[in-house]
Design a protein around this ligand. Structure first.
Ligand code: COA
Length: 377
């Protein structure tokens, strides 16, 4: 639908603020965190280094990195009353609802961090450390797995896999998830980060901002797309059927999840990297059926619609091969993006300006108030 004059629907192309955290070049397909190309970070760094980079604006030294790893390990444990709350949540709840509610509840136990203007990198570290534990605590209960332990020797990626599967991952598996966490850690003013910044711009606290962000990430047009990609793969069954199933959906004007992007007009560089990891994990597991179907879907969607894959096309195939259920994919996204959300919130506090756009009013004016007893119809 064309935008009415003077209205930028979806705030498309509106430059809302200045930021030093993340740059997307949608024409060249480049993604930069604090000056570093995502391709370099994915090839050579770890999620812990990237979180440090997003918060402090520079890469950590070896001792700063060791400190951060130690902090994460320490901060993984949740307050006992919060664990009890998670244990009393309905088993059929969606993990994203559990995550949103639990982050909001965690704030009740950390009053220092929730005073207006008091939010700090300490709060950002706490949330980043706690998210995998929250998701794990809920999932383990519904899956009948044993209780979660802090496992200080594990990286964030390995801890996340352990939290969700109760098994220690191989080096390759941990590295695949580490790369996925690096690639999802920030993405400029995407909808959930914008929601976090809007909340922070009222001088509300970090935990409230992250609660807003989780609620926003939940939608299928944002964080929920990779789950839907796996549904499509299951529907396709074999690579030979990809052409028929995809064409049928396109003829009904259905969207194919994992394709298209508001900012990238070429292939999303995160998809390029994850495609390779999907193949590597597939080979290691002796199971290339997801990868082969995805390649075929890509070919058909590009030929028919000229659309390129986005970050969500390949991530789900990697998580599935690790034995992680589909409804945990968006929480995994959150466990990574929390680093970016919190970096943006802290940046917002540095240069605070209440975010409050205006709407073009298209309703009536000057109506006459009629008392309720005199109203008809
Ligand atoms: N499948 C099929 N057609 C798609 C499509 C997709 N995934 N994404 C965009 N299109 C089509 C639209 O139907 C539209 O076609 P039309 O002009 O013939 O009506 C055109 O491309 C432009 O789409 P529009 O919705 O204006 O683009 P956008 O910038 O608002 O969309 C997304 C961005 C991400 C919302 C959109 O590409 C989408 O819905 N993708 C699927 C969900 C997804 O993968 N989300 C994760 C994003 S990282």
């Amino acid at each position: 639908m064309a935008a009415p004059s003077g209205v930028q629907r979806g705030l498309e192309d509106v430059v809302a603020l200045e930021s030093r955290i993340c740059f997307i070049d949608g024409k060249e397909g480049r993604l930069i965190y604090q000056g570093y190309d995502i391709r370099d970070l994915a090839a050579r760094s770890t999620f812990e280094e990237v979180a440090y980079l997003l918060w402090y604006g520079r890469l950590p030294t070896a001792s700063q990195l060791a400190d951060l790893r130690g902090r994460f390990a320490q901060l993984r444990t949740l307050p006992a009353p919060l664990v009890e709350r998670i244990e009393s949540m309905p088993l059929e709840s969606t993990p994203m609802d559990v995550l949103r509610t639990s982050v909001s509840a965690l704030a009740l136990f950390e009053p220092e961090e929730t005073k207006p203007g008091a939010s700090s990198i300490g709060g950002a570290q706490r949330l980043t450390a706690a998210l995998p534990t929250i998701i794990g605590a809920f999932h383990r209960r519904r899956a009948g797995l044993g209780p979660i332990r802090p496992r200080p020797e594990l990286s964030q990626a390995a801890y996340l896999i352990y939290a969700l599967t109760d098994r220690e991952p191989s080096e390759l598996e941990a590295r695949a998830v580490d790369v996925a966490l690096i690639l999802h850690a920030d993405h400029e003013l995407n909808a959930s980060t914008f929601a976090a910044r809007v909340t922070a711009s009222t001088l509300s606290d970090l935990y409230s901002a992250v609660t807003s962000a989780i609620g926003t990430l939940k939608g299928p047009l944002h964080g929920g797309a990779n789950e839907r990609v796996m549904e499509l793969l299951n529907e396709i069954g074999t690579p030979e059927l990809a052409e028929t199933v995809v064409k049928e959906k396109l003829s009904k004007h259905e969207r194919i999840m994992g394709f298209g992007h508001r900012v990238y007009k070429v292939e999303d560089p995160r998809a390029t990297i994850l495609r390779e990891w999907s193949r590597q994990i597939g080979e290691a597991k002796g199971n290339l059926r997801y990868y082969e179907r995805l390649r075929k879907v890509e070919e058909v969607v590009h030929r028919e619609k000229g659309l390129y894959p986005n970050v969500d096309l390949y991530s789900g195939s990697i998580y599935s091969l690790l034995g992680i259920p589909h409804d945990l994919f968006t929480p995994i996204f959150a466990a990574s993006r929390v680093a970016g959300w919190t970096a943006h919130v802290l940046e917002e506090y540095q240069d605070l300006r209440l975010i409050r756009p205006t709407a073009k009013y298209v309703g009536p004016i000057d109506l006459t108030y009629v008392p309720v007893a005199e109203r008809s119809g």
